[in-house]
Design a binder for this molecule. Structure first.
Ligand code: PTJ
Length: 271
């Protein structure tokens, strides 16, 4: 669509209508009041076009976006505290793993690589709608964004108690992990990973969803903001002693984080 067809007003700040279709995200107007939402939609759409994100991922994104709208598209102080606790868990872990699905790969590929670098975590692709083509496309996409090694393709271990494709993991990846970041998922795998004694960090905009409710650390925030925020905390905690990191974990209140997010969504002031 051209500017003439949409009217140039559409791209100016203050007008909340979507700007004309863009080929690259750098063309999105950063001063648009709904910039973050436009960026997210653009990345997800491109993810589907590139065979990275499933069409169901579009629906999941729409659901997340509604919650983010009610949160005012901002990181709550309780979500920031959760991001700090997540960083402490990842730094204390023997074998941390960041699990990546089609939405995560489309939305925050470079940011996941940066978090893995800051915490020494492995990156593993794990899909609900698993196909060899999508697995390969996501691994390639992550490598293009700087990942050295991407796990998940061997699929030589299974998580007990899961009937679907998400049960497939790498024995030396999620299979051997003590701490796993599990963003944007349903509750089945979160529950099964918990039963294996793994510590779970969940990023999900819905505080009522089963996966954040199962997690040791629920980060109720948009993944676009949450992953860079965990990385920022990991960098600032990189010289912290074991005792200091344990203190960060002890000070974090998961129930309060869930409660605060639910309160903000139900009672939020949408000025
Ligand atoms: O790539 P695949 O095949 O593994 O499939 C991935 C999807 C996301 C399609 C699959 O895991 C799925 O259907 O997930 P659900 O059950 O819709 O759950 C997704 C959760 O993520 C919902 O609670 C959404 O509110 C939340 N969510 C969506 N977008 C975001 C989000 N949370 C944080 N940031 C987002 N951008």
């Amino acid at each position: 669509m051209t500017d003439e067809e949409t009217g140039s007003e559409a791209t100016s700040g203050g007008d909340e209508s979507a700007p004309p279709e863009v080929d690259h995200e750098s063309e999105l107007p950063e001063d648009h009041p709904r910039y973050q939402s436009l960026l997210t939609r653009h990345r997800i759409e491109e993810g589907v076009e590139r065979g990275i994100t499933s069409t169901q991922g579009l629906i999941a994104e729409g659901r997340g976006e509604a919650f983010d709208y009610l949160l005012g598209e901002e990181t709550l102080p309780s979500a920031d505290a959760a991001a700090r606790a997540a960083a402490a868990h990842l730094l204390l872990a023997e074998h941390p793993v960041l699990s990546v699905n089609g939405n995560v790969a489309a939305l925050v590929p470079g940011e996941i690589v940066a978090l893995a670098d800051a915490t020494g975590a492995d990156i593993e692709v794990n899909l609900f709608n698993r196909s060899e083509e999508r697995m390969a496309a996501i691994a390639e996409h992550l490598r293009e964004h700087g990942a050295d090694e991407v796990k998940g393709l061997a699929a030589n271990a299974r998580i007990p108690g899961i009937a679907h494709e998400r049960a497939k993991v790498d024995a030396d990846g999620i299979g051997a992990a003590d701490v796993v970041l599990v963003p944007l998922e349903d509750g089945d795998r979160a529950e099964a990973l918990g039963e294996l004694g793994k510590t779970e960090i969940v990023i999900d905009l819905n505080p009522l969803s089963r996966s954040p409710r199962m997690a040791a650390v629920p980060i109720i925030d948009n993944i676009i903001r949450a992953v860079p925020n965990v990385t920022r905390h990991a960098r600032s905690l990189s010289d912290a002693s074991r005792e200091e990191l344990v203190r960060v974990l002890q000070e974090f209140d998961r129930e309060a984080a869930l409660r605060e997010a639910e309160r903000a969504i139900r009672e939020g002031d949408l000025e």
